[in-house]
Design a binder for this molecule. Structure first.
Ligand code: DOR
Length: 455
């Protein structure tokens, strides 16, 4: 990857913070790629011209203005910059695992131009000051756009409702206590009611806590063999079922998003809720689309994740959910942890795995190579869909429409490579997939008309 070009950053106090853009006259011409913009229905071989950080023109055989940088994109997909709505950046508080600088470097290496970061930091992102801290830090050290998701309850303790309106005004793009579930139905319904006043989204970490106390992995044959406490599917399903029921009782329900869906039963609950017209979405991670609990054999802590890897039938149901439009959001749940933490005994090791740098080929393997969906649909799941979920579409993100920010990802769908922790740029390398062969890669990442990641 080439070193980053200087990015001019601007932070204003509106929701349009973390704006990154090229100098006013700077021009980029991306020539001859297959331009796929699901938001506008575009899918054809043509050129894209950016100027001053925005999309100026898309069309056939456009001339290059003098001084323009030209990128030859023949054979590549030219997509809107990819968006990941579920990332842990660990700043403030756990900078030894990841920082906004290192996490955004990992993001652009993987083709992501916007990421939404979770509030399970230390302290938790539960005040307007902390929301602004993330924007400010991202303006200074971020390589891509960063949008904070704020806690739904103070300290993420699930007890006292956070100052939802103020957090929303400060720029929180959604709310979540991710890492923990809001267990109290009473608190949950109040949080839903408050969020519905803002037009924002609640993202649930679906885990009924009394059913998962001390749980280290999926409750099944492997946990039984290893003598580990199991995390049953129903602990996830019960929460989604409960939340859908709470939403049905609200006059104007807020948007509800079930994070990192791991169970076939959850897919079915989300399917029914959507058929009933409720504003419910579900999210699939690369690991829940591909991996199963057998990976935890030999007490492999790198495969320890929350919710846990489950069984082949769950994987099939999640892929099927993406294929039939039940699951419309893909999120990495990029969860960095240090090597020391992951070398603890299985029960004590933290849950989570990193994902930003190689999510795209894993999604492509699970969803496109398998025949479940097409490349244009995959691009939609990584652009316009998360943009709408987090209100980033109003900032012009998730599309290549004329006048929108020039956030663009170039994809070589046939590039062959391997996951090599030694060449990863994120601070933590906790992945159970080291050595895995991949097909497809983001080969150039452009944020606000500036090339920030390329080979
Ligand atoms: O495995 C996980 N790790 N799942 C979560 O929900 C939280 C995350 C973390 O923060 O480490």
């Amino acid at each position: 990857m080439t070193p980053p070009t200087t990015i001019k950053t601007r932070h204003d106090s509106s929701r349009n913070a973390a704006a990154l853009r090229a100098a006013p006259g700077a021009c980029l011409v991306i020539r001859g790629g297959r331009v796929i913009d699901p938001a506008s229905g575009l899918d054809r071989v043509c050129d894209v011209v950016t100027e001053g950080g925005v999309i100026r023109e898309i069309g056939k055989k456009l001339g290059a203005p003098s001084g323009a940088r030209v990128i030859e994109a023949e054979g590549l997909i030219v997509a809107p910059g990819l968006i990941d709505p579920h990332v842990h950046l660990r700043e403030p508080g756990h900078e030894y695992k990841e920082t906004i600088a290192s996490g955004t470097a990992a993001a652009v290496a993987g083709g992501f131009t916007s990421i939404c970061c979770m509030p399970n930091t230390s302290p938790a992102i539960d005040t307007p000051e902390l929301v602004r801290f993330v924007y400010d830090k991202a303006s200074l050290s971020g390589r891509c756009r960063v949008f904070p998701v704020a806690a739904g309850t103070k300290g993420r303790e699930g007890k006292e409702i956070a100052e939802i309106q103020l957090l929303h005004k400060a720029g929180a793009v959604a709310f979540s206590d991710d890492g923990d579930c809001i267990a109290s139905a009473q608190v949950m319904s109040r949080v839903f009611a408050a969020i519905s006043q803002t037009g924002s989204t609640f993202m649930q970490h679906c885990q009924e806590p009394t059913l998962t106390q001390g749980a280290a992995m999926h409750a099944g044959t492997v946990s039984a063999r290893l003598g580990l406490t199991g995390w049953p599917r129903m602990a996830e399903e019960i929460i989604i079922e409960r939340d859908v029921r709470l939403l049905r009782h609200l006059r104007s329900p807020c948007r509800y998003h079930a994070q990192h869906v791991s169970s076939a039963g959850s897919v079915e609950i989300i399917r029914r809720a959507r058929q009933d017209g409720l504003p419910v979405t579900g999210e699939a991670t690369p690991h829940h689309l591909l991996l199963t609990h057998e990976l935890c054999e030999n007490y492999n802590t790198l495969a320890k994740v929350n919710p846990p890897l489950r069984e082949a039938a769950d994987v099939r149901a999640i892929v099927e959910g993406v294929s039939d439009g039940t699951i419309t959001i893909l999120g990495t749940d990029h969860a960095p942890h240090s090597a020391e933490e992951k070398s603890l005994p299985f029960e004590d090791a933290p849950m989570g795995m990193v994902g930003l740098e190689f999510a795209l080929p894993l999604y492509a393997e699970a969803l496109v190579a398998s025949g479940a969906i097409s490349w244009p649909r995959l691009i939609a799941l990584l652009t316009v869909e998360p943009a709408r979920l987090c209100g980033l579409d109003v900032l012009g993100l998730g599309t290549l429409c004329k006048g929108s920010p020039a956030d663009i990802t170039l994809i070589d769908t046939s590039a062959k490579w391997k996951i090599d922790p030694a060449s990863m740029v994120g601070k933590s390398k906790n992945t159970p997939l080291a050595g895995r062969r991949l097909t497809g890669r983001a080969v150039c990442t452009i944020v606000g008309g500036v090339v920030v990641g390329a080979e």
